[in-house]
Ligand binder design. Structure first.
Ligand code: GLC
Length: 560
């Protein structure tokens, strides 16, 4: 692809996330692969996306589906070969689609050769690549908790020391204080940049710098001692200067439990650290008191507040990724929408809500056809390490919930809700594979699949296609400021985007009953036109009083 001179191409772009294991199996293995992705490039081109974010395809024991990398320079044979990868890159570029790779450098797999050398040997040249501590009173060095449950330290019996793992015990945290680790990271990223990769998504990148006294946390799980840690900005600037700026890579950092102030700096428009950031605050509106592992409705007013905070806070100061779904989040249409009676309407409405904001939208595979949670009813159907760990801890170890309660919680919160195989067509296994898939396909695939969506002009697919195109055609979506119009409204999420000569008003009914609102004073009704809506019989004339049907979205544009 001839790379456009416009270094800021990503501001008007939409990015499509592929979780390769669940995307498309070119053979009969039951797991997706790189050739499967290549076979779907025409489909992605038809959707109109600009780039693919590919979740990890490196060599890995797959304890955390590739987020546990054992060799940064090799392709996992389950996905194919380096030749397959080179072919994907070349063919994607021929289709005008860029490729963004996922880089996981907060930790490596414990099967990585560095860790294998470090384990059990205090004199290994790689010992200091990881974080080792002596026990305190015969126990773990502190009470930090792993994000996947349990203590964050694991004992290395041969040396009597513990290593830190903020995620699974098979994912050992790298010691970024060691300059050699930072050099290795630069080498890894340069290797892929040299191949012509267009950008990088940096996994949990705001956790790389830990407070070096590793204190006990009396009031929490330890995250305040390593989240947006003391040297994180310094490290990012170092990597950015050495690699990202040199290759002109677009970068998006995954920021766990972060703050607006830090994100303004990570993504500050001088490009010293990253191009943009993912934050997850808007996806915690169904975590009452911060607790994920409970079945709960979502808090609608909090959702609006959070978007307002981030949209106004990043405007002119930084750049955010816009998203509802990824491989760690349940399907949005099942979560905030209505996946039974109003699946199509609510999937479109939710798409409009984030795509009309400032930032770069990320569409997770299957979101563009309105895929739903699968509604698993048995623990045997789950594969995700976090879900199975939490089941063991909450049901068996701590006995805080019953089996049935945990099944209901997982059906709402498990990461496997979004990892079910992509539903391509109505044939067996949804056309994902010729063999039984590694994770069960959702049973609604005979009617809900990509082939049916592409054949139906009113499908969620074509609505997303329009959203993607609107970002390119209507400048105010990229440049306008943001105002929450009805923060107190119990059903409508409405906001206004304003630039010098364009006003965009995005009205969204989040519920199954009709809802009303009044357009803001000063709206020039005679100039207002309906840019997009999810109901076919949309009135063309815009009136001051707006009545929205169930899950209706209406996007108005006023040009002066
Ligand atoms: C990120 C990934 C998630 C993974 C974790 C540890 O949050 O998105 O899938 O489990 O990091 O690498």
């Amino acid at each position: 692809m001839t790379q456009s001179a416009d270094k800021l191409w990503w501001k008007k772009a939409s990015i499509y996330q592929i979780y390769p294991k669940s995307f498309c199996d070119s053979g009969a293995k039951g797991t997706g692969d790189i050739q499967g992705i290549i076979s779907k490039l025409d489909y992605l081109k038809h959707l109109g996306i600009d780039a693919i974010w590919l979740t990890p395809i490196y060599e890995s024991p797959m304890i955390d589906n590739g987020y546990d990398i054992s060799d940064y320079y090799a392709i996992n044979p389950d996905f194919g070969t380096m030749a397959d990868f080179d072919q994907l890159l070349a063919e994607a570029h021929e289709h005008g689609i860029r490729i963004i790779m996922d880089i996981v450098v907060n930790h490596t797999s414990t099967e990585h050769k560095w860790f294998q050398s470090a384990l059990g040997d205090k004199n290994s040249p790689y010992r200091d690549y990881y974080i080792w501590k002596d026990p305190i009173n015969g126990e773990a060095p502190n009470n930090w908790e792993s994000k996947f449950g349990g203590n964050a330290w694991e004992l290395d019996e041969a040396t009597g020391q513990y290593y830190l793992h903020l995620f699974a015990k098979e994912q050992a945290d790298l010691n970024w204080e060691n300059p050699k680790v930072r050099e290795e990271v630069k080498d890894v990223i340069s290797f892929w940049a040299e191949k012509g990769i267009d950008g990088f998504r940096l996994d949990v990148i705001n956790l790389i710098s830990k407070q070096q006294d590793f204190p006990n946390d009396d009031i929490g799980d330890g995250r305040r001692f390593y989240t947006d840690g003391p040297k994180v900005h310094q490290y990012l600037q170092e990597i950015s200067e050495a690699v990202f700026q040199k290759y002109g890579s677009v970068t998006v950092g995954e920021m766990s439990s972060t703050t607006l102030e830090h994100c303004q700096q990570y993504s500050s428009l001088d490009n010293k650290e990253l191009s943009m950031v993912f934050n997850f605050h808007h996806l915690k509106v169904d975590y009452p008191n911060g607790e994920k592992w409970t079945k709960a409705p979502f808090n609608f007013s909090q959702l609006k507040e959070i978007f307002n905070h981030w949209q106004t806070g990043l405007n002119g100061k930084g750049w955010g990724a816009l998203f509802w779904c990824n491989h760690d989040q349940p399907r949005i249409v099942s979560r905030l929408g209505n996946d039974s009676e109003y699946r199509v309407e609510s999937a479109k409405m939710l798409g409009a809500v984030v795509h009309m904001m400032q930032g770069t939208p990320y569409i997770y595979q299957g979101e563009e056809i309105g895929m739903t949670n699968p509604g698993y009813t048995s623990i045997e159907q789950y594969r995700d390490v976090e879900s199975t760990n939490m089941y063991d801890i909450m049901v068996n170890r701590d006995k805080v919930v019953t089996h049935d309660e945990m099944i209901a919680i997982l059906a709402q919160k498990s990461r496997d809700n979004s990892r079910t195989p992509m539903q391509w067509n109505a044939s067996e296994f949804a056309g994902f594979s010729k063999a039984q898939p590694w994770l069960e396909v959702a049973s609604n695939y005979p009617a809900l699949n990509a082939e049916a969506a592409v054949d139906d002009k009113n499908s969620v697919f074509y609505f997303y296609k329009q959203l993607i195109q609107l970002r390119k055609d209507v400048d105010v979506i990229t440049t306008g400021d943001y105002q929450d119009l009805y923060p107190e409204h119990s059903a409508i999420f409405g906001y206004k985007r304003q630039s010098e000569n364009q006003t965009l008003i995005c009205l969204n009914n989040f519920y199954a009953d009709q809802a009303e609102c009044t357009l803001p004073v000063g709206t020039e009704l005679s100039k207002a036109k309906v840019l997009l809506s999810n109901y076919e019989d949309q009135e063309l004339a815009v009136t001051k009083q707006q009545v929205l049907r169930p899950y209706e979205t209406r996007i108005l544009l006023i040009e002066s």
